[in-house]
Design a protein around this ligand. Structure first.
Ligand SMILES: [Zn+2]
Ligand SMILES: [Zn+2]
Length: 274
């Protein structure tokens, strides 16, 4: 199993997961053109993609989804409410102009209610509900018979369902959106601060740290901090919050990386112990 972050943060989010015959994107929040370039740079021919799974319909997660799905005949996997919101949203403007206006739109949808598990070319894909201001937002645990990756972004608050879902994941991809103090003292208008801090907004560093503290056991874990705010966070603050809560001794078993807005990091199960 190989997992590559292609984009992270409010400018766009996309994660490539490759295992066996399956090659899926979780979210496609950049223009199709940029995503294609980043896929190629990551060693993945976009024509070999097999599907796109969506966490929710916000632009920074779906900007290129329709264009990619149409061009490469990829099924869009998501809750029916997310798909309905996507098809009704301005994301459509990112779809490229058709050759003729009469040409039918050919986008395959593959709806799965949040909270269910399905298989896609040998990959097991489980979604779980999360609180966020979208139609049917979810996180994912995506697994082969040997490896599991958990993805949680755009989450207003943690609960037991989320932690239970993520606990078995070898690779944890977790939102660390903002440092609370930095957001409070920062330049954002009050209504935006309220939205981000609220129960359907985004996870703060200290909340992510609390999640990591609860999720760790004795085994090694790989942890990526993602969806960092450029204004209200820094990689150093995010890392420090995790280390402070978890403790330096337990952090020795954790391989920690912070995802930049551009490509990287990459996790390859074949190379973990090389
Ligand atoms: Zn987002
Ligand atoms: Zn969102």
């Amino acid at each position: 199993m190989r997992v590559t972050s292609l984009a992270s943060g409010s400018s766009g989010n996309a994660t490539l997961i490759e295992a066996g015959d399956a090659r899926i994107l979780v979210d496609a929040g950049l223009s199709a053109q940029l995503l294609i370039a980043r896929l190629r740079a990551a060693g993945c021919d976009p024509a070999t993609l097999t599907g796109i799974a969506l966490t929710h319909e916000h632009q920074d997660h779906v900007a290129g989804a329709l264009t990619l799905a149409e061009r490469y005949r990829l099924p869009l996997m998501a809750d029916a409410r997310t798909l309905a919101a996507l098809f009704a949203s301005p994301a459509r403007q990112f779809a490229e102009p058709r050759v003729t206006v009469d040409e039918p739109v050919q986008i395959a949808i593959d709806p799965h209610p949040v909270g269910t598990t399905w298989t896609h070319l040998g990959l097991s894909i489980s979604s779980f509900p999360i609180p966020h201001d979208a139609a049917a937002p979810c996180g994912y645990v995506i697994a082969t018979s040997a490896w599991r990756v958990g993805i949680l972004t755009d989450c207003g608050a943690l609960d037991d369902t989320i932690l239970r879902a993520l606990r078995p994941a070898h690779l944890l991809i977790l939102e660390a959106n903002h440092d609370r103090d930095r957001l409070m003292k920062g330049p954002y208008p009050a209504h935006l601060k309220r939205r981000i801090l609220g129960p359907t907004g985004h996870l703060a560093n200290h909340e992510t740290a609390e999640a990591v503290h609860h999720l760790l056991d004795d085994g090694p874990r790989w942890l990526w901090l993602v969806h960092l705010s450029k204004t209200n966070n820094t990689p150093e603050l995010a890392r420090a919050a995790i280390t402070t809560r978890v403790g330096a001794r337990r952090m020795r078993a954790v391989h920690l990386a912070v995802a930049p807005p551009t490509s990287g990091p990459c996790w390859d199960s074949a190379r973990l112990f090389a």
